[in-house]
Design a protein around this ligand. Structure first.
Ligand code: G3H
Ligand code: 13P
Ligand code: NA
Ligand code: ZN
Length: 328
């Protein structure tokens, strides 16, 4: 059944677990997440980016998710708009039937210019009032995602800025976070702690100098009743990179956010953990392997099946690691 994000995150907070929010763009990804949730008894957050809505078309995104609700009526499910760039995108998602929206006011509506604090407060507050009228949950973002290694934003996967930033801009300030939540009345806050979107997050396994899990503790202490959200939370498993490389893919050395660090973050108020890249890596590795080993095959279902299986295995693993088993 479709539920609000607030309801799921409140339950996660009371029971001390975190929920992976998986980005979906097509049938096989939706099926993979739902089967993983069914097998682990987990609650589901399906999120669609603007890119997903463009790729599939709005009616397809809407009806794919509705199909998931129809097929799995006992699984609580949130339909979330990921990275709404302006109030119109969020209004559009609400009109489509989404039960949760993110207003990302960390960047201006062009998706490139780093926004002023005042701008962020103003647009987020506007969407918060609109969303709450419909019983829809709202996530805001304070601080700009980007790398503490390069001091640059994460334009790599097609959105965001590649501007050079200060440490200040790359880490959410706890005092400002408290003021932001008070002024906007958002339900969930995405924070910047050194993660970035895409596969190329760190050039080495991250430690405290480039991944600021301690900052989460400070923010949580200051605003304990606000649900925290971690973007750019793919772990970029070395095994998946190895499969992609073995079957002809060209991916440079790279590291993601270690699962142990996410588990530590969950102990300190992180309730929603955004994952897209790991699913991309799992599916790409599986398709490359299948086609390399079966050069005579051409039925799309035959290579989509292992891709779907690989995505499902990844989702199951995260549900278990984040403590979602039996919570749905
Ligand atoms: O936040 C970014 C997600 O990975 C979605 O990526 O904009 O390519 O759909 P996308
Ligand atoms: P990854 O690129 O690390 O999977 O992050 C996804 C994300 O934050 C979507 O909003
Ligand atoms: Na952002
Ligand atoms: Zn994100």
């Amino acid at each position: 059944a479709l539920v609000s994000m607030r309801e799921l995150l409140d339950h996660a907070a009371v029971n001390g677990y975190g929920i992976p929010a998986f980005n979906v763009n097509n049938l096989e990804q939706v099926q993979a997440v739902m089967e993983a949730a069914k097998e682990t008894g987990a609650p589901v957050i399906l999120q669609a980016s603007a890119g997903a809505r463009k790729y599939a078309g709005e009616p397809f995104i809407k009806h794919l998710i509705e199909a998931a609700i129809e097929m799995y009526p006992n699984i609580p499910l949130v339909m979330h708009q990921d990275h709404g760039q302006n109030p119109d995108v969020c209004q559009g998602a609400i009109n489509l039937g989404f039960s949760s929206v993110m207003m990302d006011g960390s960047l201006e509506a062009d998706g490139k210019t780093i926004a002023s604090y005042e701008y962020n407060v103003e647009v987020t507050k506007k969407v918060s009032q609109m969303a709450h009228k419909y019983g829809v949950t709202i996530e805001g973002e304070l601080g700009c995602l980007g790398s503490l290694e390069t001091m640059k934003g994460d334009k790599e996967d097609g959105h965001g800025t590649d501007a050079t930033m200060t440490r200040e801009q790359l880490l959410t300030d706890p005092e400002q976070a408290a003021d932001f939540v008070k002024q906007t009345q958002i339900d969930a806050l995405a924070i910047a702690i050194g993660t970035s979107h895409g596969a190329y997050k760190f050039s080495r396994k991250p430690t405290g100098d480039i991944l600021a899990i301690d900052r989460i503790k400070e923010i949580h202490k200051r605003i304990p009743s606000t649900h925290l959200v971690m973007h750019g939370s793919s772990s970029v498993p070395q095994e998946l990179l190895a499969i992609i490389r073995q079957y002809g893919g060209a991916m440079k050395e790279t590291y993601g956010v270690p699962v142990e660090e996410i588990q530590e973050a969950i102990k300190h108020g992180v309730r929603k953990i955004n994952i897209d890249t790991d699913i991309r890596l799992a599916m790409t590795g599986a398709v490359r392997k299948f086609l390399a080993e079966n050069p005579e095959k051409f039925d799309a279902r035959e290579w989509l099946k292992p891709a779907r299986e690989a995505a499902k295995a990844l989702c199951k693993q995260r549900y278990i690691e984040f403590g979602c088993e039996g919570q749905g």
